[in-house]
Design a protein around this ligand. Structure first.
Ligand code: URA
Length: 477
């Protein structure tokens, strides 16, 4: 225990997002019962000029500090913020949690919680921008191999947090992301951290640019030109790194003419799907609205051949509830709409019984193409594999980010796997959940009800499903 009038303790952390350093320091501070206002956090790497007592080594008997998971997640995010006060604010939060306020995050009106939540939001937004606006350019390694290099200027220390997205999407390519705060190099097996970089360390333009631009022009909808909104969503500072943005001024100028031509042609231009590189570029392109995303999904080929089309989500933007199923079935594939087959009909009846208007909800699937095995004339549904679900997951998350429902409902295990990004036992997890920044709910898939062999069990399961829907309606109200 610390004597009451001891002075300030200095804690030195690494520049950037030093989560390990912060955790270690918290353990030492908590073991010595040092209150937040007696800590001076130093993140500049220099020595403490005020002569404060350094925290020193962790006492051998310092117990581990355990905080509720939502607090740990908040810490993980906020350490990436560039505000030099971040560690002091976070330690104040931890201190309060350790002193009995374990549910402090539930009090959104609490000034500290409010401030930290704003910081978390800024981090999420920065990560989203990096995923959306980072552009790789093709270069050659000293050994002659292909390497894709991107320069990006995030607002915060988000490089490590944003990197798994690029690893998942470009696992088989060698690439580097350079930022003023550090760099990361992927060698097809692991990520290697590197020092901060400068803009002119990255190449200016490559053979991809033509493909980027023609792709962007093909998804550009002249009827939707709103330069102010465009600049808000895609601030100009990112434009320099994005070849397609060079086409924007001309596209905006010619929007009216192009729209007239489009109306005359009656239909939107189909996306060109041919050259491999254009498709690779397309896969990286992050669309700016649901319509553009849907065009990309519609233009994508099924992972296993056979499906007639990609079945897109349907429902209004801003719907209070988004229902996510597994994948389209035979009828959905033929009609091009989700949940219109036998499971869909049962789903509609249950929705009605629970007082949910399907037209006001958003309904979609984790996987957008029907996967089946042909047996004679019948197409027999096949469950998507985990890697297939992961392949489509990025689209699903983007889709939900555009719809912004109040509650996302996983109908069955495949949807829960996609939304939670890990396997979920539906019967154990049934009920409220948290998915990637969305309030969620896990329940069974309507086709599970159809498959139950015994009528009594079927009725009971159906009633339970309807009670879930009633609860979902309340939670989303
Ligand atoms: N099952 C699903 O998961 N989705 C559909 O759209 C239809 C059946």
């Amino acid at each position: 225990m610390r004597p009451p009038d001891s002075g300030t303790v200095a804690v030195a952390l690494q520049d950037g997002a030093d989560l390990d350093g912060f955790r270690h320091a918290v353990r030492g501070l908590a073991a010595r019962q040092i209150p937040p206002d007696a800590v001076a956090w130093n993140t500049t790497g220099g020595s403490d000029l005020l002569g404060n007592e350094p925290l020193g080594d962790l006492p051998p008997d310092a117990p581990p500090v355990s905080v509720p998971r939502p607090i740990a997640e908040l810490i993980q995010s906020v350490v990436c913020h560039r505000n030099p006060e971040r560690y002091a604010l976070l330690y104040t939060l931890v201190w309060r949690v350790l002193h009995g306020e374990r549910a402090v995050l539930d009090v959104q009106s609490d000034p500290l919680v409010h401030r930290l939540e704003l910081m978390r939001k800024a981090i999420r937004r920065d990560i989203h921008k990096m995923h959306a606006f980072l552009r790789f350019r093709e270069t050659t390694d000293p050994d002659g191999g292909e390497r894709y290099v991107a320069w990006f200027e995030p607002d915060h220390y988000i490089l490590d947090a944003a990197a798994p997205f690029f690893v998942n999407r470009f696992r088989s390519l060698a690439w580097s992301i350079l930022t003023p705060f550090g760099s990361l190099h992927w060698n097809r097996e692991r990520l290697i951290p590197g020092p901060p970089a400068q803009r002119n360390d990255s190449p200016e333009g490559d053979a991809f640019e033509g493909a980027w631009r023609s792709y962007y022009e093909s998804i550009f909808n002249p009827a939707r030109v709103n330069p102010t909104a465009m600049r808000t969503e895609m601030p100009k500072k990112y434009w320099r790194n994005m070849p397609e943005t060079r086409a924007i001024p001309e596209m905006v100028r010619s929007a009216q003419t192009r729209m007239r031509e489009m109306v005359e042609r009656e239909a939107a231009a189909p996306i060109k799907r041919d050259p491999v590189k254009a498709v690779a570029a397309m896969a990286q392109q992050t669309p700016q609205n649901l319509e553009a995303l849907n065009r990309i999904i519609a233009a994508s080929a099924p992972l296993t051949p056979g499906a007639d089309r990609a079945v897109l989500g349907e429902g209004p933007l801003g719907a209070a509830i988004a229902f996510v199923g597994e994948q389209p079935g035979d009828e959905e594939d033929r009609e091009g709409r989700p949940f219109v087959g036998p499971a869909g009909r049962l789903f509609d009846t249950a929705l009605q019984q629970a007082g949910i208007d399907r037209a006001k909800a958003y309904v979609t699937n984790a996987v957008k193409h029907f996967k089946f095995e042909q047996r004679g004339k019948r197409r027999i549904h096949q469950k998507p594999t985990t890697s297939e679900v992961k392949h489509y997951r990025w689209w699903l998350v983007e889709e939900l980010n555009f719809v912004r429902p109040r509650l996302v409902v996983a109908l069955g295990g495949t949807a829960a796997l996609a939304l939670a990004n890990k396997p979920v036992s539906v019967l154990r997890a049934r009920g409220p959940a948290q998915f990637d920044g969305f309030a969620g709910y896990v329940t069974v898939h309507p086709s599970y009800l159809l498959r139950l062999p015994d009528e009594t069990a079927k009725r009971a399961a159906y009633e339970q499903f309807c009670s879930d829907l009633a609860r979902i309606r309340e939670l989303a109200a």
